[in-house]
Design a protein around this ligand. Structure first.
Ligand SMILES: [Zn+2]
Ligand SMILES: [Zn+2]
Length: 465
């Protein structure tokens, strides 16, 4: 009676019941909620705990409102004169900076639960392993050996690959043609289960062409690894082991997620293959081995938060190994083993990683040293989107000077038939954000009045994740 669970899938009636309870209750009460719980009406709020505060999932991206549940929680708590407690083994760079500079208090837990050692991390140079003839499919010899040893001991393994589907690239081996989505500027992912090429941005499925549309030869092949293919290969390497796969495709059904977790925690499956879902807070006592199949696809993302995200993700998935015993081991496969991130991961050295990252952020003027606002402009017409974006940016430059950069094309420059341009604003942290807001609003109104925005979608993303 004193605990209320809340998430966004509740019906309106259930919500009203919870609202009434929270507003009327004079008894102590704990709400365990998803990100939208910060919008519940509280009669008297005493404390907000944000667990795994570094998670980018706290940010609602689309549709609006684009808010960060963690930051909204801090505002909510301060409205009630309550405290906020942010918890993480790998704090967000912005958060840790605030803790070190006195904006937040800092409490450190320096021992792992029950004093266990952190797992041993092996960085595997895949190019060298390939030269030695040790790579079979997606796996190095060491990865296969570690999975095997864990099976022999009656323990479990988790293999993490941050792509779903069978293969992320389809291409003609004769002319190099790459099938693309008709609505989005992205290549298509092959899914073996449905035998379709699927766009991961709009969901449109396409048949696999028998002959290449460009050269008319039967040259289309699929390349690279997704979770479906990793599952297939590990299954053929270890035919007697029970293997489960956890990704968006296997957890779509109502109880999909719970069933996979339940079976794995009872030992009904020995190897769990999965996407980002497997990195998040799972606590299985018998997992002694974790494999990161393609670390490069996590590290090499064109975004200023890429290295922060990569460190968090790999350190978090590594933390799934050896939670109840001292023999956890993590195999990280990469073609770029000299990347500085890996040294910090091997030593589980968050502070060292943070020092390097905060210096980079300062040097290139990124958060937490400035606040970033993206202005997004979308349009069905590629010429119109350019014209509008240039006009908007040049009006902004008159007011904000070199705080404005762009417009440029984001990593995926067309989604669901709309072409996209992005303008970036870097605003000093001490500047008035409401002043910036009213400047943006003024430009939007002027351009709307002079019909320069017709057909365009315009929105802002403040503090992008
Ligand atoms: Zn698409
Ligand atoms: Zn071709």
């Amino acid at each position: 009676d004193k605990v209320v669970i809340y998430h966004s899938k509740f019906s309106d009636n259930d919500r009203v019941d919870i609202w009434k309870k929270l507003l009327a209750s004079s008894e102590p009460c704990v709400v365990i909620g998803a990100r939208s719980a910060v919008f519940l009406p509280f009669a008297s709020l005493g404390l907000v705990i944000v667990d795994e505060e570094h998670e980018s999932a706290y940010k609602q991206q689309d549709p609006a409102p684009r808010y960060n549940g963690r930051d909204a929680a801090i505002v909510l708590a301060s409205m009630h004169g309550a405290k906020t407690l942010l918890g993480s083994a790998t704090p967000a760079v912005d958060t840790y900076y605030k803790a070190l500079t006195g904006r937040f208090g800092l409490v450190e837990l320096t021992e792992r639960y029950e004093g266990l050692r952190l797992p041993q991390v092996e960085i595997i140079d895949m190019a060298a392993a390939r030269k030695r003839g040790e790579v079979e499919g997606a796996f190095s010899l060491l990865t296969r050996r570690l999975v095997n040893e864990s099976l022999q001991r009656g323990e479990q393994s988790i293999l993490f690959i941050n792509r779903r589907g069978y293969a992320p690239i389809a291409r003609c081996k004769l002319c190099g043609y790459v099938p693309k989505c008709e609505n989005c500027d992205v290549s298509l992912t092959y899914h073996r289960h449905s035998d379709k090429l699927i766009c991961h941005y709009c969901g449109t499925p396409y048949g696999v062409p028998d002959v290449c549309p460009a050269c008319k030869e039967p040259g289309i092949e699929v390349l690279g690894y997704g979770s479906e293919r990793v599952e297939e290969e590990i299954d053929s390497l270890f035919p007697t082991a029970a293997i489960a796969r956890m990704d968006l495709d296997t957890t779509r059904s109502k109880d999909g997620y719970e069933t996979i977790i339940d079976n794995f925690s009872k030992g009904k499956s020995q190897i769990l293959v999965g996407t980002q879902m497997v990195t998040k807070g799972l606590d299985f006592g018998r997992v002694s081995m974790v494999g990161v199949i393609n670390a490069d696809s996590i590290v090499n993302f064109p975004d200023f938060r890429a290295s922060e995200r990569a460190f968090n993700m790999i350190e978090q998935v590594a933390g799934r190994a050896g939670r109840k015993s001292d023999n956890g081991v993590v195999a990280v496969q990469t073609y770029n083993p000299s990347h500085p991130l890996f040294d910090f991961l091997v030593r589980h050295d968050y502070k060292g990683y943070y020092q390097r990252e905060i210096q980079e952020r300062q040097r290139y003027n990124y958060p937490p040293f400035v606040r970033i606002i993206y202005v997004y402009i979308k349009h069905k017409d590629p010429a119109a989107v350019s014209t509008i974006a240039f006009e908007f940016a040049s009006r902004l430059r008159v007011l904000l000077g070199n705080r404005v950069s762009g417009p440029d094309e984001p990593y995926v420059a067309r989604i669901q038939t709309l072409y996209i341009r992005r303008i970036m604003l870097k605003i000093e942290t001490q500047a008035s954000i409401s002043k910036v807001k009213s400047l943006l609003n003024d430009i939007r109104i002027e351009m709307t009045n002079s019909r320069q925005l017709s057909g365009a979608v315009l929105y802002y993303d403040v503090d992008p994740m």
